[in-house]
Design a protein around this ligand. Structure first.
Ligand code: BGC
Length: 456
């Protein structure tokens, strides 16, 4: 029995890891542009406006991808949507690597963005639906780990190919993980919860037997069945009063994940290091890699504890760390007298900031949105939350440099710090402790009209 349990534990780990390759692509393809843009800009003599378009096309694509895929994943299944993602990633990588001019390059980045948008919601959704409650947080967070590894990989590739100025090579290498994902996904089972929603009970039972050796499969099936009987599954369901809380939670946590400034660091770290007085480009790139590696390490720490100490404590600790580090950054940039130690305060603050984010909002936000919505409309609701994530991401990326110009560096970081404090308060009142509960128990909780903090 124990051996069977270990085997199914290993199997579910492998399943989650293969699906998480979608996260690796998300990280790689968002990170790769930071290095590639330097050479693209030169080769095509881009104006700043065109440059912005090349960089942000991915974000616009991701908004579209996240918006489109909700209904598609409810209709055709999570697994088919992930297969489509691998195909779109491959096509987009080929187009961008071979683009003869800027227009096709922008089109290719837009297509890659669509794939990122789909992957960013379909992967956590799939993993969450196939995982046992006791390990769901850690398994879904494998996706976040893959995102952070993808970002570091993209920095490394950018660094290695910078000598040859080969931006085409940087984009082309994205094909490798896309192909592995495309092949790997054929070996994965369909989501048992989606199978049940299509009345494929027999197949759902088969999948659950493979992934739950020793667990009570019949009980899980009947819980899923009764949750399915309660809703109609249309968009209208999202407007019902009992859906309000999960929607506020899902969109709210995505709002705070983005408006506390994470992607100003991921996309502009070298710029921030330069502001702080690290003169040479290579030092700035090395420091940026340091940021990427701390991001990976603290994501691993978070995964280790998320199912033990729970989602809420992670958010409280991490958001506090983010607020402290953002305030320190603001102070360092704001106080003239500190200019001689600015470099070190800035570097230390950025490291504390990324560590705190990775430990909290990085992992927890995606876990929470994969857990709080009822089964029949989980795809649609989660795509809405994911779409908001990309809209907020886009807004912050597009306003960062302007904000610095208008309210200064110190003001900008203080603004993110204030939003961090607001985020802490939001999490305190709105984020439920979902640790150890099955998805059906969480759904039942909303149905009873209970509040987020009543779930323990
Ligand atoms: C966020 C991304 C961010 C990444 C950094 C993810 O959870 O959604 O916007 O770039 O974490 O690790």
């Amino acid at each position: 029995m124990e051996q069977a349990g270990n085997k199914s534990g290993l199997f579910i780990g492998v399943v989650a890891a293969i699906a998480a390759l979608g996260g690796l692509l998300f990280g790689y393809d968002t990170g790769v542009i930071s290095g590639a843009i330097l050479f693209i800009k030169d080769q095509f003599a881009l104006t700043p406006a065109r440059e912005e378009l090349v960089v942000s096309a991915v974000l616009v694509g991701a908004i579209i991808g996240a918006a489109l895929s909700g209904q598609v994943s409810d209709t055709f299944g999570r697994k088919r949507v992930i297969i489509a993602t691998a195909v779109i990633f491959t096509l987009g990588s080929i187009v961008t690597a071979m683009a003869p001019g800027v227009s096709l390059l922008i089109a290719g980045r837009l297509v890659i963005g669509v794939a990122i948008g789909i992957a960013s919601f379909a992967v956590p959704l799939y993993i969450s639906e196939i995982s046992p409650a006791r390990a769901r947080g850690a398994l879904v967070s494998l996706n976040q780990l893959a995102i952070t590894v993808g970002i570091v990989l993209s920095y490394v590739v950018d660094f290695l190919l910078a000598g040859q100025k080969s931006w085409r090579g940087m984009f082309a290498l994205g094909v490798v993980p896309a192909a592995i994902l495309g092949i790997g996904i054929f070996f994965l089972p369909a989501s048992p919860r989606w199978l049940m929603s299509r009345s494929l009970v027999h197949r759902a039972r088969e999948v659950l037997r493979r992934v739950r050796a020793g667990g009570n499969v019949e009980k899980e099936l009947s819980d899923i069945e009764s949750s399915l009987q309660q809703e109609t599954g249309g968009w209208k369901e999202l407007l019902k009063p009992w859906m309000r809380k999960p929607l506020i939670i899902g969109i709210g946590i995505m709002f705070f994940q983005q408006v506390t400034g994470i992607n100003t660091v991921i996309y502009y770290a070298p710029t921030i290091f330069e502001f702080a007085g690290f003169g040479s480009a290579s030092v700035a790139i090395l420091a940026t890699m340091g940021v990427g590696i701390v991001n990976v390490i603290m994501t691993i720490v978070s995964i280790k504890v998320i199912d033990r100490i729970g989602r809420r404590p992670l958010l409280f600790i991490g958001l506090a760390g983010m607020v402290v580090s953002l305030s320190a950054l603001g102070l360092a940039f704001g106080m003239k007298g500190l200019s001689h130690i600015l470099k070190w305060v800035a570097a230390g603050s950025l490291i504390l900031y990324i560590a705190s984010f990775a430990f909290s909002l990085g992992t927890v936000a995606w876990v929470i949105v994969s857990e709080v919505f009822p089964l029949k409309i989980r795809g649609r609701a989660m795509s809405l939350a994911t779409m908001s994530n990309w809209i907020f991401n886009f807004t912050v990326a597009m306003t960062f440099l302007t904000l610095i110009e208008k309210i200064g560096k110190a003001g900008t970081f203080w603004l993110y710090a204030i939003l961090g404090i607001t985020g802490w308060v939001f999490c305190y009142f709105y984020i439920p402790e979902t640790k150890g509960h099955t998805l059906e128990q969480i759904e039942e909780h909303w149905r009873k009209g209970l509040g987020p903090r009543d779930l323990r």
